[in-house]
Design a protein around this ligand. Structure first.
Ligand code: AMP
Length: 181
């Protein structure tokens, strides 16, 4: 039986107003991850659209994407690939920059993390504008990975992240949405 059916997953997400700056409603998933059945239900939901698909690797975006992505990889019986902030990976890496509200950030992946043509699933806790996820897709595609989809716990549809991924040809799934901020 699905754990998702019985649990109010959205109710387990804590909202912190004006963090990290005024006007932002921070959707804190640590309360959801700290709830035993909440965490299991989350992983179940993230995996559900991809259980009958060939996935060779799960790529998770630092940092909350590591917690969720590791569990998703275990469920799908495949490897995990970390996508990290610049300068954190020990071996040779390639980087992709993306725009923030103020300035530019860079994420990196090890250049030998994925074999050419491998089907990869992208995981993170939340998609807002989609800038981070788009950079991750570009990074994975530069390694000739086949990005078969992206799966998130939370989507902020007003900010258009999932549409942005869909335009890139990436199937996008989320377990819940928060609108109006
Ligand atoms: P974006 O690139 O705009 O899609 O932002 C996605 C990244 O920023 C994810 O790694 C999220 O963890 C984080 N993020 C953006 N907005 C929020 C928010 N309102 N609450 C929590 N995390 C957020």
């Amino acid at each position: 039986m699905s754990l998702l059916a019985d649990l109010d997953l959205k109710g387990l997400v804590r909202t912190i107003p004006d963090y990290p700056k005024p006007g932002v409603q921070f959707r804190d998933v640590t309360t959801l991850l700290g709830h035993a059945n909440g965490f299991r239900a989350c992983v179940e939901g993230l995996v559900a659209p991809f259980t009958n698909r060939r996935v060779e690797a799960v790529a998770g975006i630092e940092a909350r994407g590591f917690i969720l992505g590791g569990a998703v990889a275990d469920r799908l019986r495949c490897g995990f690939v970390p996508i990290r902030k610049k300068g954190k990976l020990p071996a040779k890496a390639i980087g992709q920059d993306y725009e923030l509200e103020y300035g530019i950030d860079v994420i990196e992946v090890h250049e030998d993390a994925i074999a050419s043509g491998e089907p990869v699933l992208l995981v993170d806790d939340l998609i807002a504008t989609g800038g981070t996820a788009e950079a991750a897709v570009k990074l994975l595609r530069r390694l000739n990975a086949e990005v078969i989809g992206a799966t998130f716990v939370i989507e902020l549809p007003d900010l258009g992240g999932c549409s942005r991924l869909t335009k890139l040809g990436v199937e996008c799934h989320s377990l819940m949405t928060f609108t109006g901020d």
